[in-house]
Design a protein. Structure first.
Length: 341
């Protein structure tokens, strides 16, 4: 795999993608592992390289709204309004699929996910290739998504199908796009992201609902898989610093952990007291501390932090379960999935 970061080097990566190889590229949400969406053989390599189940469909990445005609037969008024407001940006729309898009891209569904990512080097890359680029997040299946080139490199360095990694720095948002299905009666968010239902209602006066829970068959097939999981078990804690410390100490006692390394991912306001209370009772423990100021920062750093705890060989990780809020909705969704895995 060759790592590049200059616009002048994009031509080589574009040629590799058009020749059927895989290219990792940055976006504002997370890095993507891309293939030419019109080439079924190339797209198949994504699934084998990631270890991704073949019934989990991929998003097609485009450079502009004009390019939608390569993947979908129509641009409805609703699609036009949504993309006019949010593209380029962290919004994926589920649209009817053209037959030219091989069924391996959509996992056999008659629909296709479409997104116009907001990252200057990737905009240029997509313009150069001129074809829709099918891409999932650039992580091995089940692992936390990738928000910086180093993590993509560590997941895929020894994979011959991946020819280029475009390093575009740290992802600005840090979790994946909002997936909004506009093929049914009611626009439905299948995966929450930075763009919320409330925001779409405020900005465009369009009524959008969240897909209801786990009881029904998942409509975004990706909702049913093991996700975002660090190697170490992840526990969620709530309450004030006393309650959090109590809860952590109880888990440590239950698991007979008196030495070793434990990761803490907490709001800044809680970290110091929780740390002191734990070390008072468990002086031989090694704590790996990571704190955040607000939801934007927590969201941006979550996936990288989960990977960092693993790199520090943590035996257990404790993270604060934020209460539900519009700004924290997507963050909490990913955190809960990481903890359930
Ligand atoms: O921000 C993002 O969306 C990143 C960057 C790379 O663009 N991509 C990403 O891809 O997160 P992936 O494959 O990790 O997640 C795609 C999600 C999955 O939950 C998948 O099931 C859903 O989108 N999806 C894709 N096509 C679909 C379709 N036709 N119908 C329903 N859900 C679909
Ligand atoms: Mg993913």
């Amino acid at each position: 795999m060759k790592i590049i970061s200059e616009i002048s080097e994009l031509g080589q990566a574009a040629a590799a993608l058009l020749a059927g190889d895989l290219v990792i590229f940055p976006t504002e949400t997370v890095y993507g592992l891309g293939a030419n969406a019109l080439d079924a053989t190339a797209v198949t390599k994504i699934f084998s390289t990631k270890g991704r189940p073949s019934d989990n469909p991929l998003i097609c990445h485009l450079t502009s709204m004009e390019q939608i005609e390569q993947v979908s037969p129509e641009v409805s008024d609703l699609t036009y309004r949504l993309f006019s407001c949010y593209a380029p940006g962290p919004l994926t729309l589920i649209l009817p699929k053209l037959p030219e898009i091989p069924s391996v891209v959509s996992a056999g569904l008659p629909t296709v996910g479409v997104r116009i990512p907001d990252h200057p080097i990737t905009q240029e890359f997509l313009r150069l290739v001129g074809v829709p680029v099918a891409a999932p997040s650039a992580n091995l299946s089940g692992k936390p998504s990738v928000t910086a080139a180093d993590y993509a490199n560590s997941d895929f360095a020894d994979q011959p199908a991946v020819k280029y990694l475009i390093d575009g720095g740290r992802a600005r948002i840090g979790i994946e796009s909002t997936v909004l299905d506009v093929t049914g009666e009611q626009p439905t968010i299948l995966r929450p992201g930075k763009i919320t239902a409330e925001q779409i209602r405020r900005d465009l006066n369009i009524e959008v609902v969240y897909a209801s829970g786990s009881a029904q068959t998942p409509r975004a097939p990706g909702m049913k898989y093991r996700h975002y999981a660090p190697e170490a078990p992840l526990f969620l804690v709530q309450g004030n610093s006393d309650e959090i410390a109590q809860c952590i100490l109880q888990v440590l006692t239950d698991k007979n952990i008196y030495t070793g390394n434990v990761g803490l991912w907490l709001p800044k306001a809680l970290m110091k007291e929780v740390k002191c209370k734990i070390l008072a009772m468990r002086p031989n423990l090694n704590l790996t501390l990571a704190d955040y100021g607000d939801m934007v920062e927590a969201t941006k750093r979550l996936f990288a932090q989960l990977r960092e705890f693993d790199l520090h060989n943590c035996n257990l990780i404790f993270a604060f379960e934020e209460s539900e809020s519009e700004a924290g909705h997507a963050y909490l969704n990913r955190l809960l999935k990481a903890a359930q895995s």
